[in-house]
Design a binder for this molecule. Structure first.
Ligand SMILES: C[S@@+](CC[C@H](N)C(=O)[O-])C[C@H]1O[C@@H](n2cnc3c(N)ncnc32)[C@H](O)[C@@H]1O
Length: 376
């Protein structure tokens, strides 16, 4: 995996990633590149969308130099940010098979958004089978065996089998079902930039084969960053970076939260059961399982404004008292590691330590805000 984490098998969670030495707050434990990326932009909106169909970077408008390069076949629909992205894409992510399949897909006006996403994933996955069989095997090795929505499966497999090549390769409905299950359990969203006034949408989904081994915890000890619109010094703009948010001893499992940490107990349990097929019994869930609805509401009040975390709604500084009680043991997490920018709900991790000294600057993995570490 890397020099700081290794994979182990655990009884209830399958494969897990644990630290192979003590880790310092902010340390990078994994940088991972996608084996497959596909657009999440709603049907119709992709024509005219201002991002590169290969690297998913926003394409700047410049009156002086050409910044947009087209696919020679589906000219209006597929843009690239540079001749380099265009040339790589035409033999990898935007082959004639992808181009023709997306053209067929665009003709299906009334398809629901989630079916569109699933078809786009299948097009990319079957394309991967043709251009990179070893990456396709990696995709098949990820968690997820069966896709249970039979009505959708029939439709999706019929569509994908009608595309050029897939029919002649003889890919089975069982393979399509397995691929959809991999996507559901393992895809990471590359998000649009944070905007306080609207819900943040996903620009593209990616399969990151090594990051896929992180299990979930409702109070994670690591979080992932992406820098899709940034100029990155090493690696690619679509790589994701996972950093631990506080010091960890050797042998500790490293977990991400699969969704924003502010979700209520019932919302988290429902999402984990429906989307990931397991019941979470992390320390936070064990505590919150015993809460009444009133207590969940009180937590909400603190999430929504009264930022003191003491559940009394008065905005005073009662946090430290509650930090000591077993009743609300994760208040410390919210105070220290949850971004307090309105509507953000991102997780904060220190910048990587320099010269073995921890950084006192926290970075939010949603809005990107850098702040001084306030609670010690
Ligand atoms: C992205 S995969 C994580 C890696 C996975 N454990 C594996 O063996 O490949 C997500 C799946 O891991 C399992 N998982 C993740 N977090 C878990 C947790 N906290 N408790 C139980 N199972 C978990 C679930 O089966 C979930 O669908």
């Amino acid at each position: 995996m890397s020099d700081s984490i290794k994979m182990v098998e655990t009884l209830n969670k399958g494969r897990s990633l644990v630290s192979c030495r003590p880790l310092k707050a902010g340390e990078i434990v994994l940088k991972d590149s996608p084996i497959l990326l596909y657009s999440a932009v709603p049907h119709g909106a992709d024509v005219g969308a201002n991002y590169c169909s290969h690297c998913f970077r926003t394409i700047p408008n410049s009156p002086h130099s050409p910044t947009k390069f087209h696919c020679p076949n589906c000219t209006t629909a597929t843009l690239f940010c540079s001749p380099n992205c265009q040339s790589i894409a035409l033999s990898t992510s935007h082959t004639p098979f992808v181009c023709q399949s997306l053209t067929l897909l665009r003709a299906l006006d009334s398809l629901p958004h989630d079916h569109h996403l699933q078809v786009r994933f299948l097009i990319s996955a079957y394309n991967l089978a043709m251009v990179s069989p070893s990456h396709f095997q990696t995709l098949l090795s990820l968690q997820g065996q069966t896709f249970t929505d039979d009505a959708s499966l029939t439709f999706l497999h019929t569509f994908i089998s009608s595309t050029p090549n897939v029919g002649s390769f003889g890919f089975s409905v069982e393979l399509t079902a397995a691929l959809l299950a991999k996507d559901k359990l393992n895809a990471f969203g590359l998000m649009e930039p944070f905007d306080q006034s609207k819900e943040r949408s996903v620009r593209a989904y990616g399969i990151y084969p090594r990051a896929s081994f992180f299990n979930h915890d409702c109070l994670p000890n690591a979080c992932r960053f992406d820098y899709v619109d940034s100029v990155v010094e090493c690696g690619s703009n679509t790589d994701i970076v996972v950093r631990v948010i506080h010091d960890l001893p050797e042998g500790r499992e490293i977990c991400l939260s699969y969704f924003p940490v502010n979700l209520k107990y019932s919302e988290r349990q429902t999402s984990l059961k429906e989307d990931y097929g397991f019941t979470c019994d992390c320390d936070r869930c064990k505590v919150e399982a015993n809460w009444s609805d009133d207590e969940e509401e009180e937590e909400d009040m603190d999430d929504d404004g009264d930022d003191d975390g003491d559940g009394d709604g008065d905005g005073d500084d009662g946090m430290r008292v509650d930090l000591e009680t077993e009743y609300f043991p994760h208040a410390y997490f919210f105070a220290r590691y949850m971004c307090n920018k309105e509507n953000c709900w991102g997780t904060l991790a220190p910048l990587p330590p320099g010269d073995a000294r921890p950084s006192t600057v926290m970075e939010c993995n949603v809005c990107g805000n850098l702040s001084k570490c306030e609670v010690s």
